[in-house]
Design a protein around this ligand. Structure first.
Ligand SMILES: Cc1ncc(C[n+]2csc(CCOP(=O)(O)OP(=O)(O)O)c2C)c(N)n1
Ligand SMILES: [Mg+2]
Length: 322
């Protein structure tokens, strides 16, 4: 599916919002204005944006501990996210979830998740629901290279392939799980090969290139929608900030990180390709950059000014009900 100028600009806006959102959070934490443990998605924007550009609100997404990017790409309200990060009553989850539990079911965001790999069976369940109810929706799991060594990854892929569920399993291979390089714990180089055990379709994408992710995710979504079952899509990517805000980064060289930032930044790559092909105008991109910063400044102001939850709120929304 070729992208119109309008949809390209929308994809760029989402990627820019992810980048600026994460940069703002890093500043706020460093300045002591925001607490909590944060895993930033900066560097991986093309994966979330390239996949979510194929999805509508009825489609479901399950995320990870590094979840802000997936939420933004899926259309979750940035003001509600910011207030949630500040633990405020106006947050998407009324301030009780925080970074690793942001969820917005109305937008098809099943939730960030502090348990590595746990979004994968949730996605499998959402895909089973879509199939049984014939909604035409697909379900997407985003997860890291580390998560592919969890049992639930293998159990879910087996089940999804066997039942031809409309699922897309997107592995964000950023080369590290916490502070451990992938090659220390994983004997295969391309995680996509793991799909073969389940007779599942697979693809490898350059996760820094929106257009490559968009194309390969498009094939996966199309196959899922027409009943041809799931795909394991491996996106090779890199996290610019390390595992969490404050990570001393002793396990990777400065040169390695600089190389990714200088030569493979997904926003730069998008701009070069889209402008050279005459698809967008740099002025439009600069206008979006400015609008995103304005929107974020308003979100931070609103979040800081918002009330904290009341003590009695601790007892509401604790148990699921019909
Ligand atoms: C079941 C479980 N085991 C261990 C952890 C601790 N932990 C948090 S993030 C992480 C690394 C995950 O690596 P990966 O899946 O590659 O995702 P990335 O952080 O690189 O995006 C680990 C081991 C956890 N949260 N849950
Ligand atoms: Mg990883």
């Amino acid at each position: 599916m070729a992208l119109s100028r309008e949809r390209l600009l929308d994809a760029y806006r989402r990627m820019r919002m992810i980048r600026s959102f994460e940069e703002r959070l890093a500043e706020l934490v460093t300045a002591g204005r925001l607490g909590g443990f944060l895993h930033l998605y900066a560097g991986e924007e093309a994966v979330a944006a390239g996949v979510c550009a194929h999805l509508g609100e009825r489609d479901m997404v399950a995320s990870t501990h590094r979840g802000h990017g997936h939420c933004i790409a899926k259309g979750v309200d940035v003001r509600g996210m910011m207030a949630e990060l500040f633990g405020k009553r106006t947050g998407l989850c009324k301030g009780k979830g925080g970074s690793m539990h942001i969820a917005d079911i109305e937008k098809g965001m099943l939730g960030a998740n502090g348990i590595v790999g746990a979004g994968i069976p949730l996605t499998t369940g959402a895909a089973l629901t879509a199939k049984l109810k014939k909604t035409g929706a697909v379900a997407v799991a985003f997860f890291g290279d580390g998560a592919t060594n969890q049992g639930q990854f293998h159990e879910s892929l087996n089940m999804a392939a066997n039942w031809k569920l409309p699922a897309i399993f997107v592995v964000e291979n950023n080369g590290y799980g916490e502070f451990t390089p992938m090659e220390f714990v994983t004997p295969v180089k391309d995680l996509a090969v793991r799909a073969q055990s389940y007779a599942m379709r697979s693809a490898v994408a350059n996760g820094m290139d929106f257009f490559d992710v968009y194309e390969k995710a498009g094939e996966a979504v199309e196959a899922a929608r027409k009943g041809d079952g799931p795909t394991l899509l491996e996106c090779k990517t890199y996290r610019f900030y390390g595992h969490f805000v404050g990570d001393p980064l002793r396990y990777r060289s400065k040169q390695e990180a600089e190389d990714w930032k200088q030569h493979r930044d997904p926003l730069d790559l998008f701009e070069t390709k889209a402008v050279e092909a005459g698809l967008v105008d740099p002025d439009d991109l600069r206008r979006i950059d400015a609008e995103v910063l304005e929107e974020l400044a308003a979100a931070v102001d609103a979040a800081e000014a918002a009330p904290l939850p009341e003590p009695e709120d601790v007892l509401s929304d604790v148990y699921a009900s019909e």
